[in-house]
Ligand binder design. Structure first.
Ligand SMILES: *Cc1c(COP(=O)(O)O)cnc(C)c1O
Length: 385
């Protein structure tokens, strides 16, 4: 199998597994317990928190462990909106966010909040001038993702934060699930107030992540119970998951130069190979300002879903942003937001490489893909009108 879907999830790094195993086997203590076993778990969580904090350049108290990216985005949105409703009920995001953000925004709209969704250009970039025009005295949250999962585009977060700071008191949240480990995500360089990440997108365990919350930010807890995570997120700590998250970040930091050079090389080979060999193909997202592991395309006259099935039969795992619901293909909201018509948007394919991919795997895909596209076009021509 050739796995080219690292933006969906990644294999667990064996070093991460080794770090986690003691906390799944013998050291099963509850970090809130007073006896030795509990205190060993507490020390592991404390140490992991310090490591995560160091990775992002924040204080340990600014790290809140969560169950992953979805919870982090939900927590940021609802937690900020509700807690700051006395200051205003206007929230700003973009049209290309992950569903974890978009569904949170929709839910809040039904509860009397107003949401402005900023458009993006053909390459998926949010324009800081659009943000400036959208900011209002009653805006309490701006939420723009650091890098897009479907098209790889990296958003100009520092500029967007600067615009926000100079025109508003709104908090700034960024979904850094795709960018963490792939490009620099120093919290204070980005300048954001909140940042969500998830371990399983960088060779850590599923169901673990964190939300960074700048000291002093007013946010309402969403998971209620005990006093865990300084009363911000209740629930017995997922000790092994938290240890795995910290180890995954440490490895990403240690191997950053080597891995990103490798990813970039594979990605660029994929992009140039596809565009050179397949007529009627184009790159989606930004040509240069994109994640180092991310290649995404549109193919004229082909449904991405059909292409995925063909690839799967050859043992290749990729993704198309479109969802097959009740027999008809629903194009991705991200590709539509770039301005492509529906009949072209359904032809999307995402190939995202990982550190364990090899050159020959990319060559195999490049050797097979042109034939697959040609066959699909011949079998079921859809008009590229
Ligand atoms: C995967 C992903 C999420 C969701 O993270 P989970 O940990 O899977 O819940 C959120 N945002 C983006 C951009 C993602 O790629």
């Amino acid at each position: 199998m050739i796995y080219l879907d690292h933006s969906a999830t990644t294999p667990l790094d064996p070093e991460v597994l080794d770090a986690m195993l003691p906390y799944l086997r013998d050291n099963f203590g509850n970090a809130s317990s007073v006896y030795g076993l509990g205190q060993a778990a507490r020390r592991a969580v404390d140490q992991a928190r310090d490591e995560v904090a160091a990775y992002f350049g924040v204080q340990a108290r600014e790290v809140v462990f969560t169950s992953g990216g979805t919870e982090g985005d939900n927590f940021a949105w609802r937690g900020i909106a509700v807690r700051n409703a006395d200051r205003g009920r206007h929230l700003i995001t973009s049209t290309v966010e992950h569903d974890a953000v978009l569904r949170s925004a929709e839910a809040l709209e039904t509860e009397g909040f107003e949401v402005t969704r900023l458009p993006v250009d053909r390459q998926g970039m949010v324009d800081p001038d659009d943000l400036q025009r959208a900011l209002r005295p009653d805006t309490t949250l701006v939420s723009i993702m650091h890098a897009n999962n479907e098209i790889g585009t990296i958003e100009p977060i520092e500029e967007l934060v600067a615009v926000t700071r100079s025109h508003s008191t709104a908090y700034f949240h960024t979904d850094a699930v795709q960018s963490t480990g792939k490009i620099p995500t120093d919290f204070n360089t980005l300048g954001v107030d909140l940042l969500a990440m998830s371990a399983h997108k960088l060779h850590g365990p599923k169901g673990t992540g964190c939300l960074l919350i700048r000291s002093g930010v007013r946010i309402q807890p969403q998971i209620l119970g005990g006093g865990h995570e300084r009363n911000r997120r209740a629930g017995t700590e997922n000790v092994a998951g938290i240890v795995g998250l910290a180890r995954a970040l440490a490895i990403a930091h240690r191997d950053f130069d080597h891995n990103t050079a490798h990813l970039r090389r594979l990605r660029d080979r994929l992009i140039s190979g596809v565009l050179d060999r397949i007529p009627g193909s184009r790159l989606t997202g930004h040509p240069t300002n994109r994640l180092p592991h991310h290649a995404s395309f549109l193919f004229d006259g082909v449904e991405g879903e059909s292409l995925l099935l063909q690839l799967d039969m050859q043992g290749v795992a990729g993704s198309s942003g479109s969802a097959c619901t009740s027999g008809s293909v629903e194009p991705s909201h991200v590709i539509l937001a770039l301005g492509y018509p529906r009949e072209r948007a359904v032809g999307s394919l995402r190939l995202s490489v990982g550190k364990e991919n090899r050159d020959d795997e990319v060559e195999t895909v490049l050797a097979n893909l042109p034939g697959m596209v040609a066959r699909l076009r011949a079998m079921a021509p859809i008009s590229a009108a």
